[in-house]
Design a protein around this ligand. Sequence first.
Ligand SMILES: [Zn+2]
Length: 150
Amino acid sequence: MNAYDLVLALNQYAALDPSPVCWTRWNSGGLAASGIYCWTCAMAEVVIGHGEIVVYEISYESDGCAHCSICNLILDYHLTDCGVDEELDYFHGLRLTTPLPKQDAYHIARIIEAAPENKDALRLAKRALAKATEPHLNPEAKEGTHHGID
Ligand SMILES: [Zn+2]
């Protein structure tokens, strides 16, 4: 299985529809201190007068996985080289559970997409896919978590 097939298979398994990234600016004109938001949360902030949306980004370049600062929804992102290293470190310290949590499949697909030649990443993706496609091996596995998703 090549990198492209792995991304496709992991994305299909994840079956998530990540929201594009929204950046907002406060009404005072200054940039928001921090945070990226999903469309729903960004609009909610606008409606209550907290600011305006200034950027609406698809495949936002990120140094790590991207979640909405308010509701924690997965956002559409593309990892930088530094982000690839960070995500590989994270997954090296994690025991993948069976069945593979859908969010983990999505995050691992982003690693391969950004680093299709990286042998560590390919190994991780193959391991993950095995856990995604053979859930009967460990029926008692609990849903896993990733980066503050509870
Ligand atoms: Zn949100």
